[in-house]
Design a protein around this ligand. Structure first.
Ligand code: GLY
Length: 427
């Protein structure tokens, strides 16, 4: 089989690393990929949002399966375009991807199917939204309805700041049309976890739970990022709790969508919070999480390609799903300044040494020379905010953490920053 993976981050590198282990696969392409991915796949210079070009490429190269990493192409309808052309693609179609693409759509769906989530109101009018926050008796989160590069959910310090956030989103349009509508929801208290599942629109197969670390500094200080590290599985979530989350959250959503004529096929990612009243939904994503995928896939025993195909062929009920025992920890090495402004082009040293002890999933890396020189192994430099995911396994969470941080110690680049507490709380 020829497989094309769309995207260029640590998640896509982890997906390709796992897909490469399948005996069914003869060739992997990545669009656009990155220097780490280039060791396993042929990188083609097509961006993830160039849907026409990707479909033309898949057609020309007779790609058997395309796997989409990031949400943007899914929300923009890449699956619909590929399916229209008879090309096989993994990821929900545009209507289903609205679960991530519109916070208001997701909240209303949850409300209709009694899926536990925070109380909320939706506003398209700035004056009405401002009035609401002025009188709101509880702490709340303001969320831009549409895509906002992971920056669209903000917890205001006080009501004054809340009005200024609304002003920025709804009037100044800092997120473009994504912020014209907002969801204001009650801020919940509890531990946050990520539960990802494969679904073919009927069967829902949860993966092992994982925990992301979103703030940039240790002990959850500083601004939110795309994720500074993750581990799996989560020791305080037992099989019974996963079953409850599936029963109360994932199944009603997938069934509800189906009842409304939307078949959701792909990975559904539930961002959950464990409140004193039980698990509640913070958000849904329509794709594999990043960095969660980097901590989950190394523990997956089942052939990933079998899972992807069974999802598309609606045969997930036939799948035997196996996981290795133990734990996996992924620590993200980031550029100085991330998630704000940062410099690129810093030479990364020590990767070969680190790779003797751990998996290195490349995220924001690039070659010092042009992409055309992919084969000649030129120097690898930083090319993004999140640069590398260093990942190791262990029989215990502590062992996995120790091995990961030993490998982290081998790597250097100017301004390298990482959290030292990934998975520490529960080791
Ligand atoms: N780790 C957060 C996300 O994938 O959206």
């Amino acid at each position: 089989m020829k497989v094309l993976v769309v995207g260029s981050g640590g998640r896509e590198h982890a997906l390709i690393w796992k897909i490469n282990q399948s005996e069914k696969v003869s060739k992997i392409y990545a669009a656009p990929g990155n220097p780490g991915i280039a060791k396993l796949a042929e990188c083609v210079n097509i961006q993830a949002l160039a849907i026409e070009d990707l479909a033309n490429f898949a057609n020309k190269e007779k790609i058997d399966l395309t796997v989409v990493g990031p949400e943007s192409p899914l929300i923009a309808g890449i699956t619909d375009e590929f399916e229209k052309r008879g090309l096989r693609i993994f990821g929900p179609n545009k209507k289903a991807a609205a679960l991530e693409g519109s916070k208001a759509f997701a909240k209303e769906l949850m409300h209709r199917y009694k899926v536990p989530t925070a109380d909320y109101q939706i506003f398209s009018d700035f004056e009405k939204a401002s009035q609401y926050v002025k009188n709101c008796p509880f702490s709340f989160v303001i969320k831009a309805d549409g895509e906002a590069a992971g920056k669209g959910a903000i917890i205001p310090k006080d009501k004054e700041e809340a009005i200024s956030i609304l002003q920025n989103m709804m009037i100044e349009k800092i997120f473009g049309p994504s912020g014209e509508k907002v969801v204001i929801e009650q801020k919940l208290e509890g531990e946050e976890i990520s539960l990802l599942a494969f679904t073919d629109g009927e069967t829902v197969l949860p993966m092992i739970p994982s925990q992301d670390h979103k703030r940039v500094f240790d002990y959850n200080q500083g601004p939110n990022t795309g994720g500074m590290g993750a581990y799996a599985p989560v020791p305080f979530i037992n099989a019974e709790m996963v079953e409850r989350m599936k029963r109360e959250i994932l199944v009603p959503v997938i069934k509800g969508l189906k009842g409304e004529g939307i078949k959701y096929k792909g990975v559904i990612y539930a961002g959950l919070i464990l409140t004193k009243d039980g698990p509640k939904v913070l958000e849904f994503n329509c794709r594999f999480g990043d960095p969660e995928t980097q901590a989950i896939l190394p523990l997956l025993q089942t052939d990933l390609v079998d899972l992807l195909l069974a999802t598309l062929e609606e045969r997930l009920n036939e799948i035997n799903f196996f996981w290795y025992e133990g734990f996996c920890v992924c620590v993200v090495l980031a550029s100085k300044g991330y998630p704000g402004k940062y410099k690129k082009g810093k030479v990364i040293k020590g990767m070969e040494e680190a790779e003797k002890e751990a998996l290195l999933f490349h995220a924001g890396t690039s070659f010092l020379s042009t992409p055309a020189a992919y084969c000649s192994l030129p120097t690898v430099v930083t090319g993004g905010g999140r640069v590398l995911g260093v990942t190791a396994l262990g029989d215990t969470l502590k062992e996995a953490r120790d091995k990961t941080y030993q490998a982290v110690a081998k790597i250097q680049f100017e301004g390298m920053h990482y959290r030292r507490d990934i998975g520490e709380k529960y080791e």
